[in-house]
Design a protein around this ligand. Structure first.
Ligand code: ARG
Length: 259
């Protein structure tokens, strides 16, 4: 994770960001700390990367890259505004001895934000941030088969904003409207339990949640959905991420899984 020391809305690179709707610094720090404590109390070990001035979106570490075993595939950010983050993630992982991979310049890939580990394969998003051309390389580097899913709604510009796989429940939670019809068919065919979200639920970034075992950390979850998720055996824990929603990110964006 990365402390939101320099977090602010400094540019607009997705439809949620609005320079006229600034983030409240104190509140953002409070919300981040609450999330940090929740994750730590759930039993996870957390490593931190030092925040850097003028890189406000570094708090969204899910976009640093994709960690697989002892390797990191570093992101090539689509937008110039975030490209400055790349060197800091590269150094952090190299200092810890990770094998580093990077796609060739010109092919964009935004890490775990566009990648979901699913059973023995990976699901990769494309359409807004990650290029389709990146998928073959990602599959080759980590030696897994992959399925490409096309995103079509700019509000759901990363795969982790509209699809969540909760492994211990073998449950896929997704928002169909965010996907191209061909991709919806693919998702429907996956051999897991599937829960579809309504527009209202999806816009609360319910898919952008983090599970630690059967505990699911979500921003906001309407009562009806809460009940449905509980029926799958999940325990719902809420964490207010309203300050980060102003940047188009929630719980999952702020965490990069290392193992
Ligand atoms: N403002 C950031 C961006 O537009 C938010 C990133 C959210 N991250 C995520 N994994 N969905 O890049």
């Amino acid at each position: 994770m990365c402390r939101p020391a320099f977090y602010t809305i400094a540019y607009e690179i997705n439809p949620w960001m609005d320079l006229n709707n600034p983030a409240d610094h104190r509140n953002a720090n409070r919300q981040w700390q609450y999330l940090y404590n929740l994750i730590e109390n759930s039993g996870a070990d957390i490593s931190l990367i030092e925040p850097v001035k003028d890189l406000p979106d570094m708090v969204f570490t899910a976009n640093a890259g994709l960690v697989y075993k002892d390797s990191i595939i570093l992101s090539n950010f689509k937008h110039r505004e975030r490209q400055g983050e790349e060197q800091y993630y590269a150094k952090w992982f190299s200092d810890l001895g990770y094998k580093r991979h990077r796609l060739q310049a010109g092919i964009s890939y935004e890490g775990e934000g566009d990648t979901v580990f699913y059973k023995n394969i990976i699901l990769l998003g494309y359409g807004f941030r990650t290029d389709l051309a990146a998928h073959t390389h990602i599959g080759e580097i980590i030696g897994k088969e992959y399925i490409s899913l096309e995103l079509i709604d700019p509000h759901f510009y990363h795969l982790d904003t509209c699809l969540l796989y909760i492994k211990p429940a073998d449950l896929i939670v997704y928002y169909p409207e965010a996907f191209h019809p061909k991709s919806i068919e693919i998702i429907k065919g996956l051999p897991s339990k599937i829960l579809q979200l309504s527009k209202e639920e999806a816009h609360l970034f319910v898919c952008n949640s983090v599970n630690i075992g059967m505990n699911l950390i979500v921003f906001k979850c309407p009562d009806t959905l809460y009940k449905k998720l509980e029926e799958f055996g999940l325990k719902i824990i809420s964490a207010d991420t309203s300050e980060f929603m102003k940047s188009g990110g929630s719980v999952r964006c702020m965490v990069l899984r290392l193992s």
